[in-house]
Design a protein around this ligand. Structure first.
Ligand code: IMP
Ligand code: MG
Length: 186
């Protein structure tokens, strides 16, 4: 069985497992500092944020409530097509709460801007966003996250929760796959 660390489909590792863990620990400190003595409502964007969300959450010392939304996926492609949809909404009341939306990656900006617009209609006390990765070169909708793990170049990446056609989420690092595995030229 191939090792998870040297998966045969991986062309190159962009961010190693060790770098991710160091940066997520730092991000958790940044978030903790921003919300001192505040109860936080964390809303994870599934499925991509699941690994990052778990690691970030268990490093937050303040009282925290957890909820999630499910947004539309890329299906089997690497390019965002059409309007984004929210498939499953959050359940906890967010009115008057300090809300932190956590996602894996900020790409065109469509997903997070839609989710934030939707949450704002519920009148939270504050609303911020935290992403592990940011691809600023691909933005179609102006959007800046409040907490960013790494800015990365325009490449389709997998691992640490990010998928290609629902695979590779369990890779421990952020990696680029071999080009022959991707169907669309970017
Ligand atoms: P956006 O709406 O274009 O900003 O895309 C956000 C969503 O697209 C993320 O939550 C990811 O699920 C997915 N996505 C964007 N870029 C990548 C990538 O390089 N690898 C895997 N998923 C991606
Ligand atoms: Mg996602």
């Amino acid at each position: 069985m191939p090792s998870r660390r040297t998966h045969p489909d991986v062309e190159r590792v962009l961010i190693s497992e060790a770098r991710i863990h160091r940066r997520v620990a730092e991000l958790a400190r940044e978030v903790t500092h921003a919300y001192l003595n505040t109860e936080l409502s964390v809303v994870g964007v599934l499925n991509g944020s699941i690994v990052f969300l778990g690691e970030l959450l268990h490093r937050l010392p303040m009282p925290t409530r957890l909820d999630s939304v499910v947004a539309s996926s890329y299906r089997a492609g690497t390019v965002s097509r059409g309007p984004v949809e929210i498939y499953r909404d959050f359940r906890l009341p967010l009115r008057g709460r300090h809300v932190l939306v956590v996602d894996d990656i900020l790409d065109t900006g469509k997903t997070l801007s839609l989710i934030c617009k939707h949450i704002r209609q519920h009148r939270p006390a504050s609303l911020r966003t935290c992403v592990l990765l940011d691809k600023p070169a691909r933005r179609l909708v102006p959007f800046q996250a409040d907490f960013v793990g790494f800015k990365i170049p325009d490449a389709f990446v997998v691992g640490y929760g990010l998928d290609f056609a629902e695979r590779y989420r369990n890779l421990p690092c952020i990696a680029v796959l071999k080009p022959q595995l991707y169907p669309h030229p970017r």
